[in-house]
Design a protein around this ligand. Structure first.
Ligand SMILES: [Zn+2]
Length: 177
């Protein structure tokens, strides 16, 4: 991949071992998330190539760097494009939630093990309960956003990029960037 613009301050989780072949798509994710959540108006002036929202003064797209005169503008982001970004969101969220759930299960197993098998003060239900609550929180964070989130990010971004390339192919008959 040529990295004319390296994935900059995209998401806090960063690349997580996956570099999108479409750096502008990666940078647009946050904007598209806002649009999908309808925190921004549906209509507007969008880049005819990547569908980034443009300011009146823009003559080149700040995201994909295409000349606006050449690619034109559209008033709305196509549904299948929004679906591509939504797919990334959904896949990532599913991994994070499942990971957090596994973390909680591990904490619960630890709790039971302490209560049932560990003699002395460590096996005291109060201690075990503290382990359940504190450990549950820590393990849910660890397994959710940190471990599973990385996998979810990669899978989600891959799926999104694949859907985007399909959109380009349908629209332009090619998958050039
Ligand atoms: Zn653009």
């Amino acid at each position: 991949m040529n990295d004319t613009s390296a994935p900059d301050r995209s998401t806090p989780r960063g690349d997580a071992g996956y570099e999108s072949p479409y750096p502008y798509v990666e940078r647009l994710q946050e904007k598209m998330d806002e649009r999908i959540a309808r925190r921004v108006p549906v209509k507007g002036r969008f880049c005819g190539f990547c569908y980034a929202r443009l300011r009146e003064a823009d003559t080149t797209c700040p995201f994909c760097a295409h000349d606006i005169d050449r690619v034109g503008t559209v008033q709305e982001i196509p549904q299948d494009v929004l679906r591509a970004y939504h797919a990334k969101q959904k896949i990532e969220a599913r991994w994070v939630h499942s990971g957090a759930f596994v973390g909680l299960l591990v904490a619960m197993a630890l709790f039971l093990w302490l209560v049932v098998f560990v003699p002395g003060w460590l096996g005291h239900p109060a201690i075990a309960f503290a382990v359940l609550i504190g450990g549950g929180y820590v393990l849910a964070q660890l397994f959710g956003p940190i471990f599973a989130g990385q996998i979810g990010y990669r899978r989600g971004a891959r799926k999104r990029d694949q859907l985007w390339s399909e959109h380009l192919a349908r629209r332009d008959g090619t998958s050039t960037r």
